[in-house]
Design a protein around this ligand. Sequence first.
Ligand code: FAD
Length: 257
Amino acid sequence: MRGDTDPAGVAHDTPARTRRIERVRFELRRREVRVERVQRLSPGFIGVTFADESLHDFTSLSFDDHVKFMFQDARGEWVRRDYTPLRHDAVRGELTIEFALHAQGPASDWARQAAVGQTAAIGGPRGSMSVPADYDWHLLAGDASALPAIERRLAELASGARAIVLVEVADAADCRHLGTAADAQVQWVHGREHWLRALHDLRLPAGEGFAWCAGEARTMREARELLTGHHGQPRERLKVAAYWKQGAADFHERLED
Ligand SMILES: Cc1cc2nc3c(=O)[nH]c(=O)nc-3n(C[C@H](O)[C@H](O)[C@H](O)COP(=O)(O)OP(=O)(O)OC[C@H]3O[C@@H](n4cnc5c(N)ncnc54)[C@H](O)[C@@H]3O)c2cc1C
C-alpha cells in the first residue's frame, strides 16, 4: 500500500501501483580494453575510463550491475574483482569505473598506478536487476565502494523522484556534488558507527519506497536488520549487498536473511 497525507496531515493508505523488479541475464562476454583516461577525483577515488571497439555494444541496464575487472599482476597472473560500470558511452566505445582506494588490495593498488595505454579486461555484466524508478522514494546508502552505484542511480533518476542518500567516506575531501534531477537529501558521514547511527535515525518518507544498501559485509548485516526491523522495510523492497568483507579478498554476497 501507498501512504498519502490529507490536508490535515493524516496518513491514509491508497492502493499501490504495480512495480516489478526485473531480472535480465546476458551472455557472458570478455572485452579486452585499454586505459583511455585517468582522473584523480579526490584522496579516496580514482576514475578510470577504458576504451575499445568492443565497448560499443556493451550493455548495462542497472546501477546495481557489476563487471569483472581483470588485470595481470606483477607475476602475470590474472586478478579479477567486481566493479560497478559507472558510465558507458556507446558512441565512443568507453566505460568508466571509479575505484575507491583502500590501504592494500591488488585492484586498489592497480588503480593507484593506472596510466593511459595500459591494458585490462572487462567481463560481463552477466545480468541486471532493474529497480523501477517510480517508487515514492529511494534509499541509497553505503560506503565508498557503493558510491559509484549510488552516483549512477542518482544520475538516472528523473525530476520528481525522491532520494534519501547516506554515504560513508573516510575523508571529508571525498564528499562531492552528486548530479541528479531528483529531489535528493544527501548525508555524508565518516566511520561505520556514524553511518549505522545515521541509518537508524533516518526518517523514511511515507509511501512505497525501495531501499538499496551496499558496503562492508558485517556493516551490511547490521544495516539489513535496521531496515527490516527498526524501519519495517518489507523484504521485497530491499536489496542489501556485501561489496567487500573486512579481512577477505574478492568477496561478494547478497544478504537475504
Ligand atoms: C557488485 C559489486 C560492485 C562493486 N563496485 C565497486 C566500485 O564501483 N568501486 C569500488 O571501489 N569498489 C567496488 N566494489 C568493491 C570491490 O570489488 C572490493 O573492494 C574489492 O575487494 C577490491 O579489491 P582489491 O583487490 O583492492 O582488494 P582485495 O584483494 O579484495 O582485498 C584486500 C584487503 O582489502 C580489504 N578491502 C577490500 N575492499 C575494501 C574496501 N572497499 N575498503 C576497505 N578495505 C577493503 C579486504 O577486506 C582485504 O583485507 C564492488 C563490489 C561488488 C561486489
